[in-house]
Design a protein around this ligand. Sequence first.
Ligand code: OXD
Length: 309
Amino acid sequence: MKIVFCAPAIDAQPWVARLAQAIPEAQVWPWSPAIASREADYALVWSPDDAFFAGQHRLRAVFNMGAGVDRLLGLPGLPHEVPLFRLDDAGKAQQMAEYVCHALIDHARHFDGFAAQQRAGLWRELAVEGRTAFPVGVMGLGSIGARVAQAVASFGYPVLGWSRSRKLIAGVESRAGPDEFDAFLHATRVLVCVLPLTAQTDGIVNAASLRKLKAGAYVINVGRSAHVVDADLLAQIEVGHVAGAALDVFDTEPLPGGHVFWRHPNIRVTPHIAANTGLDASIDQITAKIRAIERGEVPSGRVDFGRGY
Ligand code: OXD
């Protein structure tokens, strides 16, 4: 069995070593332009080089080393006849849940305000609204979104979820499809985006949807930057309908130095760290999927090219 690794932004060495250890019978190598025509049975990729797929003609499966496949689906030459798998969870859901709960509680309990007061040497209580004043709406209830919704619910916040099809998650009111989107927005104050980026979800957080949120809304985006129309978000903060946002993903990463988000008092910026791809969990998952394919089974996490995730 031959496995090639192509993720130019990631140090290949530990991944290749760990994969070779997990599947001892496999030859595993990091892709480079010099050996582009060396063909593999399986590929592990993350934002691979444009030329990558041109040299691969016998792939049995491609594994995306992340949850979102939007960049990969836009890559010229991606073979649609080869099954593509995304990581399902692999340690990301827990991290996402931590990020979202932190951003939510930081905002709702004014911890950001207390930090500012500390810098000013100010000892002063700030009035805090109860948790029921912050209904949280989670867009996207896949393995990651479901974990996020459950974690938020465990803190006692009212939680709604919105997804393509209705989901049964304890403590979460499920809304589904375009027909229930407005009702979902009207009932939400803290909007959390964990959606995959597709033609249907591109720009979904825009002036119209933001205006439908409860007054004093807050946006937490751990999906993709294209989900949020930045100018609309800024305009709604400006008019006071939206109180602020915690953003982990940006059109240009790293976020350029002069970008308005850096210094905006109501916007929290983090450098796309909401959930890192953990080496061990990912290799375990990919190894199990390769073994399943070798046995003739179809593992979970297969991307539907038509749906876009
Ligand atoms: C992912 C990411 O898609 O980290 O997994 O952006």
